[in-house]
Design a binder for this molecule. Structure first.
Ligand SMILES: Cc1cc2nc3c(=O)[nH]c(=O)nc-3n(C[C@H](O)[C@H](O)[C@H](O)COP(=O)(O)OP(=O)(O)OC[C@H]3O[C@@H](n4cnc5c(N)ncnc54)[C@H](O)[C@@H]3O)c2cc1C
Ligand code: FES
Ligand code: FES
Length: 483
């Protein structure tokens, strides 16, 4: 491993900023990008509303270089530790105007009265800027998806949507386009140095490897350190629970973990791929996964959150888990000197508990290519459709042969301390005709198969009823007409 350094670099206002945590006693490695900006004299536009990824008032845009082209992403700065923007361009509301001339998204917000009290406005404008840089003439669905992570209590959204339509109808000729080659050159230069970053302060140690091998070495040396990939789960431990995250291994910049490969038998997915990237790859080939990711968090969350983080959290309501079980997914685990492949069902052991060893990382997920005749669907029941966590979720797969159930997987989230399959119900249905009487009988078994919790989201009986009815829904969506 090459010798570590203690500073990070990123681009702000077209300049490379170097932050040396070991020299700057004011900054901690777990200082969020939001708090870093708010402490600066000229970046107070960014706001804190919730500090948990729900309101979007803290939205900023980051740009990443890929072979001379910049890719822009809106993110919630309240969830991002400062070292996570190493090697990226950070763009805030103060950067948008060009020599006093408003950026098109700002101008259209003015033209269409998109702002009233203004508290949400910088975040909204940054989301629209992200949209402007990634879409030309986006449809209503894309605009609404862009704004899902931005709460506005005053305007009612229509003026903001109209502003988005107008701004994104013009050709992208803003100052960022003009400076693209220069900025991507700066980022490429920063990213050539792959030596790891190590930050040691009296209360915190932060390790930021830039290669997989270095990450595995750190994992070996610091087995108790918290792994941070997208930080959308982990950051809340600090912002909401006031925990001191004393030891972190940040794997968010490891390019070797960000891929989606189609292989002969399966899709191999790097654990560090963002859920938004995964959503794009899944379109057309894994439709249930694509549909599920469309209602996962918000765009700002999906731009950060990773598939490895969703699996690693092992939350009882982790949305991808039941569906990945229905797909018969496997998890690839790697340590510095060995690797293994586990069924996801076996990997998830209990409440936020997995079978990972202290020196391992999740490096990939394998989803077998759906076999001929296999139907896989996903369901999420939550209090509202967007930006909400599940009350109950289901990932179901079915293979019929001559009208009989040859194979069925019924995996549920929100029904136990961890996502798991309804083994008794599956057993009852296997080999039987896929008919309504059989499914209704199976619903009775299912009702008694789980003892779900009652909590603020729903009572136990409600959850059992929902699970039962999801099975009926699955039946009605998979029978051939006239059956
Ligand atoms: C506003 C908001 C909305 C959300 N909406 C949803 C939702 O709709 N559905 C849902 O399921 N979740 C949701 N979440 C939760 C969270 O976004 C997801 O669980 C996400 O997938 C976590 O990924 P991450 O990369 O950010 O994880 P991180 O916070 O970086 O990591 C979480 C944990 O996973 C483990 N981990 C991460 N990567 C690895 C790895 N490569 N190897 C081993 N362990 C690893 C670590 O132990 C870490 O402690 C939401 C969160 C917020 C804040
Ligand atoms: S402050 Fe609300 S999303 Fe960040
Ligand atoms: S303008 Fe007031 S919250 Fe959006």
């Amino acid at each position: 491993m090459s010798s570590p350094r203690s500073s990070i670099q990123f681009v702000l206002n077209n300049q490379v900023i170097t932050v040396d945590f070991n020299a700057d006693t004011e900054l901690k490695p777990t200082t969020t990008v939001l708090n870093y900006l708010r402490a600066m004299p000229f970046h107070k536009g960014v706001k804190e509303g919730c500090a948990e990824g729900d309101c979007g008032a803290c939205t900023v845009v980051i740009a990443e270089n890929n072979e001379g082209k910049l890719f822009y992403k809106a993110i919630d700065s309240c969830l991002v530790f400062l070292p996570m923007i190493h090697g990226k361009q950070l763009i805030t509301i103060e950067n948008l105007a060009d020599s006093g001339k408003l950026h098109p998204v700002q101008q259209e917000m003015v033209n269409h009265n998109g702002s009233q009290c203004g508290y949400c406005t910088p975040g909204v404008v940054m989301s629209l800027f992200g949209l402007y840089k990634t879409h030309h003439n986006p449809g209503r669905e894309i605009i609404e998806d862009t704004l899902t992570g931005n709460l506005c209590r005053c305007t009612g959204y229509q003026p903001i949507i109209t502003a988005a339509e107008h701004a994104c109808s013009c050709v992208d000729k803003d100052k960022f386009k003009l400076h693209e080659a220069e900025i991507s050159g700066l980022l490429a230069h920063i990213n050539t140095d792959k030596s790891p970053i190590e930050i040691h302060t009296p209360t915190r140690q932060y390790f930021k490897p830039l290669t997989l091998q270095d990450a595995l070495n750190y994992r070996h040396r610091y087995p108790k350190a918290i792994i941070v990939s997208g930080a959308t789960d982990t950051a809340l431990r600090q912002t909401k629970k006031n925990e001191v995250l004393a030891e972190i291994i940040d794997i968010s910049n490891i390019a070797e973990l960000k891929y989606f490969n189609e292989q002969a038998q399966d899709y191999k997915i790097g654990s560090g791929i963002s859920l938004e990237e995964l959503k794009k790859h899944a379109a057309g080939i894994l439709p249930a996964l694509h549909q599920l990711l469309k209602i996962f968090g918000s765009l700002q969350i999906r731009n950060l959150a990773t598939i490895g983080g969703n699996i690693g959290s092992a939350s009882p309501i982790g949305d991808t888990l039941p569906l990945l079980m229905a797909y018969k997914a496997k998890v690839r685990l790697q340590s510095a000197d060995s690797g293994r492949l586990l069924w996801l069902d076996d990997f998830i052991k209990g409440y936020r508990l997995t079978d990972i060893h202290a020196d391992e990382l999740i490096t990939a997920i394998h989803i077998p290519k759906p076999g001929q005749g296999f139907i896989t669907l996903s369901y999420k029941v939550s209090k509202r459709k967007d930006l909400d966590i599940s009350t109950v979720s289901g990932g179901f797969s079915l293979l019929l042969e001559n009208g009989n159930v040859k194979e069925i997987i019924l995996a549920f989230g929100g029904m136990a301390d961890h996502p798991r399959r309804a083994a008794d119900t599956e057993h009852f249905l296997t080999g039987k005709p896929w008919t309504r009487p059989n499914v209704e009988h199976a619903m009775k078994i299912l009702f008694h198969e789980f003892l779900p919790l009652s909590d603020a989201r729903a009572g136990a009986e409600y959850r059992s009823l929902v699970a039962r009815n999801l099975l009926l829904k699955f039946y009605t969506e998979t029978i051939t007409p006239g059956q």
